[in-house]
Design a binder for this molecule. Structure first.
Ligand SMILES: Nc1ncnc2c1ncn2[C@@H]1O[C@H](COP(=O)(O)OP(=O)(O)OP(=O)(O)O)[C@@H](O)[C@H]1O
Length: 903
């Protein structure tokens, strides 16, 4: 609520006297003037008769304005000065009396207090006007003087204060002031130091008094009183003020005394430990409490936020260094002996975990199995051994195990392991398990002959029955070859019928019986689909094992929709009763085994397989029990070779191959002290000091870029120290270290092979190339030659064709000439070395523009679990002479390429 000044109707004509007054000349305000808030006040102007009551302005009140809890001070534009200045100005105003009344008054029309002020000020004004007529001039001046600085209320003012006493809020304020006044030596502080005081309503009234030119009484003579007191007290009782002050003092003293006593009493009670009197029991009055159910015990079960199924979130973890004698795992002594002859004295960790679950000795309910274990950890034997053990119990040869792998080389490799196991389980009432492969390296017909046997017999009754039957669902030749079409044309309608059911023989009454020639078929997915489609008598009706090795790759890619086709066959070919029974187990069905070093945890992919009671085995490396997305072999050492100038990358590779870092014997064991030193530094990379950074800057023209991409100072320092101690030497080691070099494509592999031969003609006979364009027979030959220690073949430059699964015995080095396409790609590539618990080194050439990706995704990624940190190797800057040689080699290569295109 605020007050607003509304001038009386018709305005007010200033009298002549007023116009003559010096004050009036400066101010247009009438004798009964209003301040900026519309508050009226009376002003003493000698010789001017105050206006009558009827002419005083009315005050209109508004309820809809927000009420400020405290009076706010609004300055006029001219009142920008700070408070001390305000005081000065006030004094000057008093002295000079030349400032308009509006400027003298605090502008505040918004607050409640201001409303009150406005109200009673207007009353005051009216009353003062009356009083000014009656009270002699001296008395009036004395009264006004009291109001100014000491804010002594007038009689009317005292009455107003009493009225306001009823208001709660004002009471509180008054009380506060009262308390404050006791301590603050009765208004010793000047008003202008207290912003609240500057807006004191009394001040509003007081200002006009100073304007009247009447000098207020000196402050010293007036007793300093709290404002509230001043308001309460009436003008005419100066004696009562002193009495009241005394009374209040005594009252305050009494209150403080009582407080002190009670505090002392409380302390005594505390010290003596006196209990307070117990409360008397309340009378119940027949309102007895209703029987309540017992309180439920708080649940101790922890909420689970797991979204993965338990088998995936809580896998079977096995430490990578676990070794167990085969005999302890239920492997027959004769089989264990055969394995030992091959060098398999103990079961590796993954075999220790998987064999008991897959062998028929398993007491647990059988189900599907997933294995996620590092490269070279022996996964192949982990599934081959129990499958062969199971199939060796059979009497009749039927296709009972289907093993699917992504490449021909891997199929061949798995075949060797299965053959070993078949040998191990042969004899002693066990049949020799027959292992077949289907990889498309020969014609379909010849493969069909190897897989499916055919016998013809004369049986007219069976023939008739077959004629009436629908085409066989188990095997059918839907996409017949051109030769078959010719047969059909020559052979007439019978031939078409025969094609519909391949069991119908070429002659009337002749029936064909098909039989599987293999117990285990290891195949690539594409060739499997072809056989299912085109090979008569090829059936999956008896299959009870399905192995998907390198499962992440096989599930991520369609490979002619092989999985859907196979799973469909598993559903429809179960017509033969007991075909999928496990002889030593109360179980019937197809057991699925999925394996990979980078096994997918993608449930949408895994769900395609309709897994039944699956279990997941995860190989842990190191002491850290945390399961990472990918883990590398514990014996693998990784190095990043910085390539400053990507255009000279082949020269960097040559220098690396000739450097002492790579000098190892053919078993992958370090031959050279420098390499051991490098390894030691790599191990200690975390605590190497960075005080040799100067050497880094010596060798590197833009060493800052290295630190930009790699914030880990410890690793940087390791690189620096390496650069200082193990700088690449161009001294030639005794022989080229046996290395598998990966490029990003077939083309780059071929180009690099030729370029290296041109740069160093001595390497020409030592280099082999493996790409998807290489014929299978050449691939196999190359790999075999590379595995032989005495072979001249020292380097294989390959595409990612051989990145997965290929087992090259005792390969000491893998070099990533080009960065791998993914983290999984890196894991598989470098996994060609450090296999089966042996040492091995992986070297990655990292260009300055690639280091961010390499260190972020691979080198320092938490997703890749490694035993040791990735070390760094710096190659010396290339001399001008070498660069010229390189350019000459490039030119020659270009000419060769042109010539080959012309041909
Ligand atoms: N128990 C064992 N004792 C000694 N050597 C073994 C044993 N089991 C397997 N190996 C050897 O370990 C090497 C790696 O085996 P395997 O190829 O099965 O590994 P992997 O886990 O399948 O690797 P990748 O994931 O790369 O395919 C092979 O040379 C194999 O002969």
């Amino acid at each position: 609520m605020y007050s607003r000044y509304i001038p009386s109707a018709g305005g007010q004509k200033p009298t002549n006297n007023v116009q003559e007054s010096p004050v009036a000349k400066q101010s247009p305000a009438p004798p009964t003037a209003t301040n900026g808030d519309g508050l009226s006040y009376s002003r003493y102007i000698p010789g001017v008769t105050p206006q009558k009551q009827a002419e005083t302005p009315t005050v209109q009140r508004f309820e809809d304005e927000p009420v400020s809890p405290q009076p706010k001070r609004k300055r006029n534009d001219g009142e920008q000065l700070q408070e001390p200045q305000t005081k000065k100005s006030k004094k000057s105003k008093r002295g000079k009396q030349d400032v308009p009344a509006e400027n003298m008054v605090e502008q505040d029309g918004d607050t409640e207090e201001a409303d009150d002020k406005a109200e009673h000020t207007s009353k005051h004004a009216r009353r003062r006007e009356k009083d000014s007529e009656a009270v002699p001039e001296e008395q009036a001046s004395a009264e006004q003087g009291k109001k100014t600085k000491k804010s002594k209320p007038s009689e009317q003012h005292g009455a107003d204060v009493k009225e306001r006493k009823g208001k709660k809020e004002k009471k509180k304020k008054d009380k506060k002031r009262e308390e404050a006044s006791d301590e603050a030596d009765n208004e010793s502080a000047p008003d202008d130091q207290n912003p609240e005081r500057t807006v004191d309503p009394e001040m509003v009234d007081a200002e006009p008094a100073t304007e009247n030119g009447i000098t207020p009484e000196p402050e010293e003579q007036q007793p300093k009183k709290p404002k509230k007191e001043k308001k309460k007290k009436s003008q005419d009782v100066p004696m009562n003020e002193a009495q009241e002050a005394e009374e209040q003092d005594t009252r305050h003293k009494a209150v403080f005394e009582r407080l002190g006593k009670s505090l002392k009493y409380a302390e005594i009670i505390k010290e003596q430990g006196i209990d307070e009197e117990p409360e008397e029991p309340a009378e119940l009055h027949g309102l007895e409490p209703l029987p309540q159910p017992p309180r439920a015990a708080p649940s101790t079960a922890k909420p689970t936020y797991e979204t993965l199924p338990p088998w995936l979130s809580a896998p079977i973890c096995v430490s990578a260094d676990t070794r167990t004698p085969f005999a302890e795992l239920g492997i027959l002594p004769k089989a264990a002996r055969v394995l030992e002859q091959k060098g398999y004295t103990e079961a590796f960790a993954v075999q220790t975990a998987a064999l008991p679950l897959l062998l028929p000795t398993n007491k647990q309910q059988p189900g599907d199995l997933l294995v996620s274990a590092a490269t070279g950890s022996g996964k192949t034997l982990a599934y081959a051994l129990p499958i062969v053990r199971d199939l060796s119990n059979s009497v009749v040869t039927r296709l009972r195990a289907l093993v699917v792998l992504p490449t021909r080389e891997l199929v061949k490799q798995a075949q060797e392991t299965f053959e070993l196991c078949a040998k191990a389980y042969e004899g002693e009432d066990r049949k020799r398990v027959r292992v077949g492969i289907a990889i498309g390296n020969q014609s379909l017909a010849s493969e069909q002959d190897l897989l499916v046997g055919k016998e013809t017999r004369y049986d007219p009754e069976a023939y008739k029955q077959l004629e009436q039957e629908a085409p066989s669902s188990s095997s059918h030749a839907t996409s017949a070859s051109k030769e078959d079409d010719l047969d059909a044309l020559l052979g007439g309608p019978d031939t078409q019928q025969r094609r519909a059911n391949p069991r119908l023989g070429p002659w009337q009454g002749q029936v064909v019986d098909f039989s599987s020639k293999v117990d285990v078929l290891i195949c690539t997915p594409g060739r499997l689909v072809e056989h299912l489609d085109q090979t008569p008598g090829f059936t999956l009706s008896h299959v009870r094992w399905l192995v998907v090795d390198e499962a992440d790759k096989l599930l991520a890619q369609s490979f002619q929709g092989w999985l859907d086709v196979v799973l469909e066959k598993f559903k429809t070919s179960s017509s033969v009763f007991g075909a999928r029974d496990f002889p030593d187990m109360p179980y019937s069905g197809v057991r699925k085994i999925l394996l990979s070093a980078t096994l997918t945890r993608d449930l949408s992919l895994l769900n395609q397989l309709a897994l039944w009671r699956p279990k997941l085995i995860v190989l842990e490396s190191g002491q850290d029990a945390q399961v990472a997305e990918h883990s590398l072999p514990e014996e693998l050492r990784e190095f990043a070779v910085r390539v400053h100038d990507a255009n000279l990358k082949p020269l960097y590779l040559l220098d690396l191959l000739r450097s002492p870092h790579m000098a190892t014997n053919d078993d992958g064991v370090a031959k050279n002290e420098n390499l051991l030193a490098t390894r030691a530094q790599s191990d200690a990379s975390s605590d190497t000091s960075s005080d040799d950074s100067s050497s880094d800057s010596d060798s590197s023209s833009d060493s800052s870029s290295d630190s930009d991409t790699d914030s880990d100072t410890s690793s940087s320092s390791s690189s620096s120290s390496e650069s200082a101690t193990s700088r690449t030497q161009t001294r030639k080691p005794p022989s080229t270290p046996r290395s598998l070099i990966f490029t990003k494509s077939n083309e780059s592999a071929l180009r690099l092979s030729r370029l290296l031969a041109l740069l160093d003609p001595s390497l020409a006979t030592q280099i082999g190339t493996l790409t998807s364009t290489t014929p299978t027979s050449v691939r196999r030959k190359t790999l075999r030659a590379f595995s032989a220690p005495a072979s001249p073949l020292r380097l294989i430059i390959a595409s990612d064709l051989v990145a997965r699964g290929i087992d090259i015995p005792k390969l000491p080095h893998v070099i990533n000439y080009d960065l791998p396409p993914s983290v999984a790609g890196y894991v598989h590539r470098v996994g060609r070395t450090a296999r089966a618990g042996r040492e091995g080194c992986a070297w990655t050439l990292v260009g300055d523009g690639e280091s961010g990706w390499f260190w972020g995704k691979i080198g320092k990624s938490a997703a890749v679990k490694r035993a040791q940190k990735v070390g760094r190797v710096l190659i010396e800057e290339m001399s001008e002479e070498r660069i010229e040689e390189y350019e000459a080699a490039l030119e020659k290569l270009g000419k060769e390429a042109l010539e080959s295109r012309k041909k």
